[in-house]
Design a protein around this ligand. Structure first.
Ligand code: DMJ
Length: 667
């Protein structure tokens, strides 16, 4: 009997001491090493195509020209004024929609190769859109969905037939297109520009499309809503030759960045645009902050403006140092760096895609694995997941068909050609189909555990989720194009580099491009060091404090964690930026030079056309770096003798950090 008691106690003890697992250990699509066969590719492509059409055709039939589809009741909602408006304040009584979903979905039709439907939409939008409507909109949402959708459709319709669009968009989708969407985009841009009329230059969150900013309008906004105009406004300026938009967006970013903690380079989350003060000091990479980071990097890609890359570098280092928690990311107080919310949010899942674009593939892979472990458990990602407690947040249990995890899977696939990411994409598509399919479209999920649906199909489901999933299985669209995807998934052109001095306003009196950025190999190594140190420090601190929490990161992964850390991954990408130089690489990021190009398949063409100022991939030696161009100007046209870099940046035992980074390296 006594023996039995001892055995029972041991069993109970063992059970109690095993951490709860977020995932089952059974091999799944996320960690399989099986090859992704051509038949699987064709099947997955067909699934995604059908899924897109189930959402799109039903929208056109039951909701168009209203904003969004209610897929359970085959009705519509005019939701532009409701986006981001949780309390449904100041709603318009006369607004009847601007065909939001049609605008958002049109660039996806181009990606799917459906030129006929694309051209039909361009014609309809050109004839019918009118933004002189009495509706108070969230300027950020209206910018990324509506303005971004129109600019992308315009650039895709024209393609390289238009000098302003340039060579990066490849052949146009609408032969003989008359450019009619651009004046409409310009009109919308001017309506949104009124939000920027503040002393700080940071935009109000809300603006009425007809009347401008409402008297007494709230002055509170967030980091992403201030910092996510650079792409759409930059593209609008480059296409129209009207510098006001690019200038306003840059001024806002500078004002926002000036609010960072000077020592830690961290931002908060919400702020007052009139006073330029924080209203929430807890910043992170998810809701309220996400696309600020993304747009710094992509504004550099699209506009060739080195200042954005400079800011991105500092912001990225700070994020890896203070938010990164072994693949997860928490929030932190901007002045102390102390962790605030230890939660993973669905919106954070864009981060690995951005890291891949930048060249930090290894870190991207690890975070992708963390998110995969949660996706696998629910067949979707809850809006908020408390990774320490290993459970869904009590109130934010929903999954509104968000694209971020699919987006990162696609970027990682483009960069690594590792079949795991295609398996992941197929799994995501099948789960979405299984859990969100409604009679007339795809429905948001109210509770990821109970799989309760909500009668709403957000426009980004067609703009982004379906687009990235499709690109995982069919990259025809990317083959002859060099585009950057906006935060709403709209393909935008990569513009010829131009002299910063031609941007009208420079608040700080600085002329010309900023300091030469550094090869990403050095940068990525430095970030890795910084993140590892921060991780160790946190662990030491916690151990010293004698907490009973055990390891910082719960043993979530089991088999998956082992795979992430395995030699297979390490041996494959000993140098993350090298992943971006492989001959197979296509479509995700050129992470090693001062100008990033999202599509390496056309990088040769891009360089030849002066689109991408790198020397590394210039087969004919015709490309010139920005710095070289500057040197050349200084030396009256004579080319200075510079040591030419080889394809892969030199790996030095003791990297020479830029001065402002040495302080990180020393810590
Ligand atoms: C999209 O509108 C954009 O990706 C935005 O940056 C974040 N939220 C949604 C998708 O989740």
């Amino acid at each position: 009997m006594r023996r039995f008691h001892v055995a029972l106690t041991c069993v109970l003890f063992l059970c109690a001491s095993f951490p709860r697992r977020a995932i089952s250990l059974r091999a799944s699509d996320f960690d399989t090493t099986a090859p992704f066969t051509p038949a699987m590719r064709r099947g997955a492509r067909a699934t995604v195509l059908e899924m897109f059409h189930h959402g799109y055709d039903n929208y056109v039939e039951h909701a168009f020209p209203h904003d969004e589809l209610r897929p359970m009741t085959a009705t519509h909602t005019d939701s532009l004024g409701e986006l981001g408006n949780l309390n449904k304040e100041h709603l318009s009584e006369t607004y009847e929609g601007v065909a939001l979903t049609l605008i958002d979905a049109t660039s996806t039709l181009a990606v799917l190769g459906n030129a006929t439907e694309f051209a039909k939409n361009v014609r309809w939008l050109s004839k019918n859109l009118d933004f002189d409507v009495d509706v108070r909109v969230n300027a950020f949402e209206c910018n990324i969905r509506v303005l971004g959708g129109l600019l992308s459709a315009h650039a895709l319709a024209h393609g390289d037939a238009d000098d302003r669009v340039g060579p990066s968009m490849g052949a146009g989708f609408v032969p003989g297109y008359d450019g009619a969407l651009l004046p409409i985009a310009l009109d919308l841009g001017e309506r949104l520009l009124r939000a920027f009329d503040t002393a700080t230059g940071m935009p109000y969150a809300w603006v009425n499309l007809r009347h401008g900013v409402r008297p007494g309008e709230t002055t509170e906004t967030n980091v992403a809503a201030v910092g996510s105009f650079t792409l759409e406004f930059g593209v609008l300026s480059r296409l129209t030759g009207d510098a006001r938009f690019e200038t306003a967006a840059k001024r806002a970013v500078r004002a926002l960045w000036s609010m960072r903690d000077p020592g830690l380079d961290l931002l908060g989350n919400t702020l007052d645009v009139r006073r330029g003060t924080w209203t929430s000091r807890s910043g992170g990479i998810g809701a309220g902050c996400d696309s600020f980071f993304e747009y710094l990097l992509k504004a550099h890609v699209v506009l060739g403006d080195a200042e954005y890359l400079d800011i991105f570098n500092d912001a990225y280092v700070a994020a890896m140092r203070h938010y990164h928690d072994d693949g997860w990311y928490h929030e932190a107080n901007l002045h102390t760096g102390a962790p605030t919310h230890l939660q993973a949010t669905s919106l954070q899942a864009f981060w690995p895609g951005m890291q891949t674009l930048f060249g930090d593939v290894e870190a991207a892979n690890r975070t992708h694995a963390r998110f995969a472990s949660v996706w696998r458990r629910f067949g979707m990602f809850p809006e908020r997941f408390m990774y320490r407690e290993n459970k869904v947040h009590a109130s934010e249990k929903y999954y509104p068909l968000r694209p971020e995890f699919a987006e990162s899977s696609a970027m990682l696939w483009f960069a690594t050609r590792d079949d795991r990411f295609r398996h992941a994409g197929r799994r995501i598509a099948e789960d979405i189909n299984k859990h969100t399919r409604a009679p007339h479209g795809h429905a948001s999920v109210r509770d990821v555990q109970r799989k309760k649906l909500e009668d709403h199909q957000p426009s980004f489901f067609l703009a982004e989720t379906c687009k990235y999933l499709y690109l995982l299985f069919d990259e025809t669209f990317l083959e002859k194009r060099n585009v950057a995807f906006s935060t709403e998934g709209h393909p935008l052109p990569i513009f010829l580099a131009r002299d910063d001095a031609s941007v009208a306003e420079n608040d700080h009196g600085e002329a010309g491009p900023s300091e030469k950025p550094y090869a990403s190999l050095e940068f990525v190594e430095m970030v890795r060091g910084v993140a590892a140190e921060a991780y160790d420090r946190r662990r030491r601190r916690r151990n010293l404090a004698g907490t009973s929490r055990g390891p910082v990161v719960p043993a979530l992964g089991g088999k998956w964690d082992a795979a992430v850390a395995s030699l297979r991954v390490a041996a494959r990408w000993p140098d993350p930026s090298a992943a971006l130089h492989g001959s197979q690489h296509n479509g995700a990021g050129w992470g090693a030079t001062e100008r990033l190009c999202p599509n390496l398949a056309v990088v040769g063409t891009a360089v030849a056309g002066g689109v991408c100022s790198t020397v590394e991939s210039d087969p004919g030696g015709g490309g010139r770096t920005r710095r070289e161009t500057k040197d050349r100007k200084r030396s009256g046209g004579r080319r200075r003798r510079r040591r030419r870099r080889t394809t892969r940046p030199r790996r030095s035992a003791s990297p020479r950090w830029p001065r402002r980074w040495r302080r990180f390296a020393r810590r």
